[in-house]
Design a protein around this ligand. Structure first.
Ligand SMILES: CC(C)(COP(=O)(O)OP(=O)(O)OC[C@H]1O[C@@H](n2cnc3c(N)ncnc32)[C@H](O)[C@@H]1OP(=O)(O)O)[C@@H](O)C(=O)NCCC(=O)NCCS
Length: 148
């Protein structure tokens, strides 16, 4: 497989994005409503939204994505980028797409002046082998309080 092209998601990527999004939700055993999925896709295309998405494409076909939120924070004057969802379809794994997506974001951090790029993952996720190439986990632990 040739090296992927990484680029921002376009309206024409909707079908591929929804296929990958379903795969990602299935990976986490999550059931996400159409209302939420539709809103997320709409936000991705909205230049005024903090949500953005990049895709990994080879020979005109999209195999992976990264959904991110660029947001303010209290520790720096610059914005920071939260990599919220990273997914490469199973048949295309191991060809460097995950690494290329994160590298693209690291380059964007420098170009856009974000103070940090960060993400979370489950302690047992095997993708940590990849993540450790970029930075070692800092030991913080996530707490979640749900509305109901
Ligand atoms: C994580 C994920 C996006 C990586 O995508 P990918 O395109 O296969 O990653 P790469 O090909 O760039 O892999 C880079 C390296 O990490 C390793 N790696 C990545 N994901 C791995 C996994 N799930 N299991 C074992 N090794 C993995 C590979 O061995 C590879 O090392 P190598 O290049 O020295 O062989 C993909 O495995 C995936 O979608 N997983 C399911 C969803 C998920 O876990 N998302 C992240 C949630 S935080």
């Amino acid at each position: 497989m040739t090296a992927p092209t990484i680029r921002s998601a376009l309206p024409a990527d909707e079908h591929a994005w929804r296929r990958l999004w379903r795969g990602y939700c299935d990976f986490y055993g999550a059931s996400v409503s159409d209302t939420v999925s539709n809103r997320t896709w709409t936000r991705i295309l909205d230049p005024d939204s903090a949500i953005m998405c990049i895709v990994a494409e080879v020979d005109g076909q999209v195999y992976g994505f990264a959904n991110c939120v660029v947001h303010e924070n209290t520790w720096e004057t610059q914005a920071v980028c939260y990599l919220e969802d990273l997914f490469v379809e199973p048949s295309a794994r191991g060809h460097g797409m995950g690494r290329a997506l994160i590298e693209w974001l690291r380059n964007s951090m420098r170009a856009e002046g974000w103070a940090r790029l960060y993400w979370m993952t489950h302690g047992n996720n095997q993708a940590r082998r990849l993540y450790d190439e970029f930075s070692l986990a800092d030991g913080f632990v996530r707490y979640v309080v749900k509305q109901a």
